[in-house]
Design a protein around this ligand. Structure first.
Ligand code: ME8
Length: 506
């Protein structure tokens, strides 16, 4: 499971946090299923975006890279990302893999010398096709004027892979998801592939080309190879054989998660490059949309960023994770704002989940001293929960992280309705209500346990607190079947989502 590696030309922002959070949800979900998971993220440190930003600050690119890589590295635990490794493309081990793989591509006959001329966006580090250019000769993403570049380069013979890529897409219709992105990549391929520069002559900030040290590799080829190179030197995660070869064990990657801005690099260049190097292709590329503020893609260069650190400081990382995956249908673009964040926090996390947990535990304490009655579960609830873990898993396998969350959230709401319908406080007053009250309390707490396990990938810290109060630490997905793991006793729980969280800027 991988995220893009982020440029270190500025500090991390919410867009970066978003992809890493989504990848983390998937990584945790697969760990819950008992799958062997290696979750990779990191920073992309070479190329023009970083060199230009450093020069503007009057410092060396390496210095800027060191500063900002630390900030990206620090973001991961802040957002509760459980990544197994953090790669930096200035790691010498990564650079060595780049040189050796790209030399193999050359030995295989896919590299030649030529002259490139075209319109270039230094912020994207990308040459733009005529059809992509905005009015005023501007970059459609960064809105800056494009520069005309003419350079003697080594080229990668992308066009040699036209047929093989078309075949790949026709044989594997789940190679890119969602479908709109699959279609977009395929139509780019069908429109006719042109060869692309593999090296840059004018730049010095990059991995030097072993057969011609006057050149550095074009940053995208260096960057894409991170997914592969990391496995050659990352330490084995806990539970893996300590001296095992991670490439043999884990390659090909199961899921590359990206946003749509870098689709072409991942869905076209990357498989072609791997074919040229005779390396197995990844299984899936999952593509999400943009977080928008004021209708624009949030980005460092546009300056319209919502600071994830500030949000986390006040509301906690779980609240941010939940909000992003709930508010923006995963795969589509969606607007985010502090107003809608606060609304969801209060109405859903505090009033729905928080209340469900506190009233369920509160009633068990009040009526049964915290002991969960050993009663038959209510068949009505059993029906409502039947097949839920399987449905959630199927949604996540289809890159539907928001729909999966909604499946779970409907059960949170169902349990709250169940409390209202069965009114345990009334049963407690009735002289012959004890058996019924037992059944209602037992059913409720088992339902709460099931949703806590299912929500764990999304909101790990709060569900771990909740599960601890239910006397259970096991988060494996099998425990999300209603009643699969009996809760016997509950303990007091401090409010999961306080209504007045720590004040501060958000
Ligand atoms: O492109 N909405 O790095 P980058 C959603 N280094 N996601 C967003 C976002 C937004 N507003 N802004 C950024 C690069 N992202 C290259 C990648 S990979 C081999 C090299 C996320 O720092 C999203 O995942 O510009 C997007 O694809 C990525 O950050 C781009 O990060």
């Amino acid at each position: 499971m991988t995220t893009p590696i982020y440029y270190v030309n500025a500090a991390p922002h919410l867009g970066h946090a978003y992809t890493t959070i989504a990848a983390d949800v998937m990584a945790r979900h697969h760990r819950q299923r008992g799958d062997e998971v290696f979750f990779l993220t990191g920073t992309d440190e070479h190329g023009e975006p970083v060199a230009d930003a450093a020069h503007a600050l009057g410092i060396e690119p390496q210095q800027l890279a060191d500063q900002n890589a630390q900030r990206f590295k620090a973001l991961a635990p802040e957002i509760e990302a459980s990544n197994d490794f953090f790669i930096r493309t200035t790691d010498p081990q990564h650079e060595a893999v780049v040189r050796s793989v790209l030399s193999r591509v050359r030995e295989n006959g896919y590299v030649y010398e030529g002259t490139y001329e075209g319109w270039y966006c230094p912020r994207c580090a990308d040459f733009k096709a005529e059809s992509e250019i905005d009015e005023g000769n501007r970059c459609p993403i960064h809105h800056i004027e494009l520069t005309r570049e003419r350079e003697d380069n080594y080229f990668f013979a992308l066009s040699a892979f036209q047929e093989r890529l078309e075949r790949l897409y026709s044989q594997r219709d789940d190679f890119v998801a969602p479908r709109t992105r699959y279609n977009e990549a395929l139509s780019f391929i069908r429109s006719g592939l042109r060869d692309v520069p593999l090296t840059r002559h004018k730049l010095t900030w990059g991995v030097s080309v072993p057969w011609d040290p006057e050149h550095v590799f074009y940053v995208w080829f260096d960057a894409l190879l991170n997914y592969y190179s990391a496995l050659s030197y990352a330490p084995a995660p806990a539970g893996f054989a300590p001296d095992g070869d991670l490439i043999k064990r884990l390659w090909p990657a199961s899921y590359h998660l990206i946003a749509k801005d870098i689709l072409r690099f991942h869905a076209v260049y990357w498989p072609a490059l791997l074919m040229a190097a005779e390396i197995e292709l990844p299984e899936h590329i999952f593509v999400h949309g943009y977080l928008l503020m004021d209708g624009e893609k949030m980005s460092k260069s546009l300056g319209n960023v919502l600071d994830p650190f500030a949000v986390i400081e006040r509301f906690g990382a779980d609240a941010l994770r939940f909000y992003l995956l709930r508010e923006v249908p995963f795969g589509q673009d969606g607007s985010v704002s502090t107003t809608s964040f606060e609304l969801r926090y209060e109405s859903e996390l505090a009033n729905e989940l928080g209340n469900l947990a506190s009233r369920t535990i509160g009633m068990l304490m009040r009526y049964r001293d915290g002991a969960v009655p050993d009663a038959e579960l209510d068949p009505v609830l059993e029906l409502d929960f039947a097949g839920l873990p399987q449905r959630v898993a199927a949604q996540i396998d289809a890159a539907e992280l928001t729909l999966a969350l909604d499946e779970i959230w409907q059960r949170v709401r169902r349990l709250n309705r169940y409390v209202e319908e069965r009114a345990p406080w009334r049963l407690a007053r009735e002289t012959d209500g004890a058996d019924q009250l037992d059944a209602v309390l037992a059913s409720l707490v088992q339902g709460l346990h099931a949703v806590a396990v299912l929500l764990w990938p999304y909101i790990p810290a709060s569900t771990e607190r909740l599960l601890a109060a239910l006397g259970s630490e096991d988060v494996s997905l099998a425990g999300a079947e209603l009643g699969a793991r009996r809760v016997e006793h509950v303990r007091e729980l401090e409010s999961l989502f306080p209504k007045e969280p720590a004040a501060g800027p958000a």
